[in-house]
Design a binder for this molecule. Structure first.
Ligand SMILES: *Cc1c(COP(=O)(O)O)cnc(C)c1O
Length: 427
């Protein structure tokens, strides 16, 4: 099936007389005839549902669609993108381990890694996305368990050099984990470029309507954990909390990672997506391919208009010719990148505040990747816990405005920007 068809129909094939739309199985629990039947599920000897903290049919159906879109072997939904990022790493790293991450990542992810997971004893080394191969190699330690980056970084809009990051990860015997939220599988499939695990905040383009917070993790099935059993004991040696099951043996290379994240991390942390949210997410996925094209078209028109305006200091958009990441974007995302454009006003932070206040169509929101255009000043909101130095390393200088182009008319968006820029002069 073509990707567009998977967006519409993937994951769910109703039988004769069954509902055409994915049913919302709003049930915490599932009934069995005997305790033995249920015991088999608990022992992972049979597959089936018993409690929605572990698995739910609606969530699994939607996860299967995202899995097919990414070209993976297994996937799971989580309650949020934050939960997806946390599980993706914690599934293969624990106290005493180390991760190499691109420095240009989402502010919430940076905080999760640099503060919260560091408190759990996991160390992170942040490398510039443009670092040399030597600098990247030098970031690895004997206890490094994974490499992390974002396809198109939120909000820095750097494009991940997949080949450089994947080859470094693999030459050190660890997987590359990629947050593909901003590109979505419509514009980029990281597995085709060497990524091993993909994460998403489905809250963004996948839902696309600002309706439901959610996340997803997809496994490519390409990383062979059994080559490094001493490095990934959680996957390659018996799990005492599951009657000694060894995930790689029982579920294979393609199933071990997601099964462990489900039966162990989801069981213990419980960051589940609700069936209702999964249903809403699926409605978004049905039009993802149509919406992404329009988001990108609008973003390019806005980026070009901003670039041509002499009140703008600089514009960052990987789809814009001349952008630092234009060539990478063409290589990894020939059909478009994302709907978010970043820019700075010549008047700096103060002008940015006046500008944003005077926008009429674009709303000030923490959100991005919505059908409705929104904008944000990261340095005073999502990234406000960072120092000036950290802001620059994250690709978010304090004068940067993040502008998320919705699905409105590009002409209206540009007119809104122009009138808000005019208001700075008057004021
Ligand atoms: C929003 C976002 C997250 C966090 O997702 P939530 O659903 O808000 O928890 C992670 N990564 C990226 C790139 C994001 O944009």
């Amino acid at each position: 099936m073509n990707r567009d068809t998977v967006c519409v129909q993937g994951g769910y094939t109703p039988g004769n007389g069954e509902p055409r739309q994915v049913p919302i199985i709003q049930s915490t629990t599932f009934k069995y005839a005997t305790s033995e039947d249920m015991g088999k599920l608990f022992d992972l000897e049979a597959s089936g549902y018993f409690y929605s903290r572990l698995q739910n049919p609606t969530c699994d159906t939607v996860a299967a669609k995202i899995c097919a879109l990414e070209g993976g072997t297994a996937a799971m939904l989580t309650s949020s993108g934050q939960a997806a990022s946390f599980y993706a790493i914690f599934n293969i790293a624990s106290c005493g381990d180390h991760i190499v991450s691109s420095s240009t990542i989402y502010g919430g992810t940076y905080n999760l890694f640099a503060v919260t997971m560091k408190r759990m004893g996991i160390d992170f080394t942040f490398v510039a996305p443009d670092c040399t191969k030597e600098e990247l190699d030098a970031a690895f330690r004997p206890n490094t368990k994974a490499v992390f980056g974002e396809t198109v970084a939120n909000p820095a809009l750097t494009v991940l050099d997949f080949e450089k990051f994947a080859s470094a990860a693999h030459s050190h015997g660890v997987p590359l984990i990629v947050d593909n939220t901003f590109a979505t599988p419509v514009n980029c499939r990281p597995f085709e470029w060497g990524a091993d695990i993909v994460t998403h905040s489905t809250t963004k383009y996948m839902d696309g309507h600002g309706a439901a917070v959610g996340g997803c993790i997809v496994d490519s099935g390409n990383f062979d954990w059994t080559r490094y059993p001493e490095k990934y004991p959680g996957l390659c040696t018996p799990d005492d909390s599951y009657h000694g099951v060894t995930y790689t043996e029982r579920f294979g290379i393609g199933g071990a990672y997601i099964t462990k994240a489900t039966v162990q991390l989801m069981r213990d942390f419980g960051s589940v997506q609700s069936p209702q949210s999964a249903f809403i997410l699926n409605l978004g996925l049905e039009s993802l391919h149509v919406r992404m094209a329009r988001h990108c078209e609008n973003a390019l028109a806005v980026a070009k208009a901003l670039q041509a305006d002499d009140r703008i200091a600089y514009v960052v958009y990987p789809g814009l010719e001349g952008d630092k990441y234009y060539e990478s974007a063409k290589k990894y995302m020939p059909n478009g990148t994302t709907g978010v454009v970043s820019f700075a006003l010549k008047g700096g932070r103060k002008a940015a505040e006046t500008f944003m206040k005077n926008l009429k169509i674009a709303a000030i929101e923490t959100h991005v990747a919505d059908a409705r255009t929104c904008c944000l000043h990261p340095a005073s909101s999502t990234h406000r816990q960072m120092t000036e130095e950290e802001l620059c390393a994250a690709g978010v200088p304090s004068d940067l405005v993040r502008f998320s182009c919705g699905l409105e008319s590009a002409d209206d968006l540009i007119a809104d920007i122009k009138q808000a820029l005019d208001s700075i002069k008057v004021g």
